[in-house]
Design a protein. Structure first.
Length: 174
C-alpha cells in the first residue's frame, strides 16, 4: 500500500472518529431532551390537566430529527446496521470483502445523493421560511443539521471503502 493512501486513510479515520463522537454526544443530548420534554408533557396533562410545555410535540419532533441523523454516523462506524449474514457466511474471505466493498460503495452513493437532496430541501425551507406548527420554529436549521450529519456518514463510508479496497488488493496480490 502506498504511503499516500495510508496517510489519507489515517487522516480520514482520525477526523471521522472525532466528528462521530461529537455528533454522538449531540444525539445523546437531544435524546435526553426529547425524553424530558415527553415526560413533563405527559405528567403535566395527567396530574395537572394542563400542558406545562407549549409546543412539546414540536420540540420532541425536532429532537427526533437530531437524534436519528446524528446517531446514523455512530451506528455506521460501529457496524450496528442491518447485514445479511446468510449470504456472507457462504463466501470466502475475499468474496466477503468484495461484497462488503460493493455494499459500502452503494451506501456511500446513497448518502451522497441524500446530502445533495437534503441541502436543496434545506435551502427551499429557508427560502419559503417554513416553520413548525405550534412554536413557529424555523425548519431549515434542522434540515441543514441533518445534511451536516449525513456528510459525516459519507466520510465514514469513504473511510471504510478505502480500507476494504486496500484489503481486497492485498488479498489479490497474495
Amino acid at each position: 500500500m502506498s504511503a499516500k493512501l495510508q496517510k489519507f486513510q489515517a487522516r480520514i479515520t482520525k477526523y471521522n472518529f472525532i466528528l462521530t463522537e461529537v455528533f454522538g454526544w449531540i444525539g445523546v443530548a437531544a435524546l435526553v431532551f426529547m425524553m424530558l420534554v415527553t415526560f413533563v408533557d405527559v405528567v403535566s396533562v395527567k396530574v395537572f390537566n394542563t400542558y406545562f410545555i407549549k409546543g412539546g410535540i414540536d420540540l420532541a419532533s425536532f429532537s427526533q430529527i437530531i437524534v436519528l441523523s446524528f446517531a446514523t454516523s455512530m451506528s455506521m462506524l460501529l457496524n450496528r446496521h442491518i447485514a445479511v449474514e446468510v449470504v456472507f457466511e457462504r463466501l470466502n474471505e475475499r468474496g466477503r470483502l468484495v461484497m462488503d466493498a460493493i455494499a459500502t460503495f452503494l451506501v456511500l452513493v446513497f448518502f451522497v445523493v441524500l446530502v445533495w437532496q437534503m441541502w436543496l430541501w434545506a435551502d427551499a425551507q429557508y427560502t419559503r421560511r417554513t416553520v413548525s406548527f405550534v412554536l413557529l420554529l424555523p425548519m431549515y436549521p434542522f434540515a441543514y443539521a441533518m445534511t451536516v450529519a449525513f456528510i459525516v456518514v459519507c466520510l465514514g463510508q469513504l473511510q471504510k471503502f478505502t480500507i476494504l479496497v486496500t484489503a481486497i488488493v492485498r488479498k489479490g496480490s497474495q
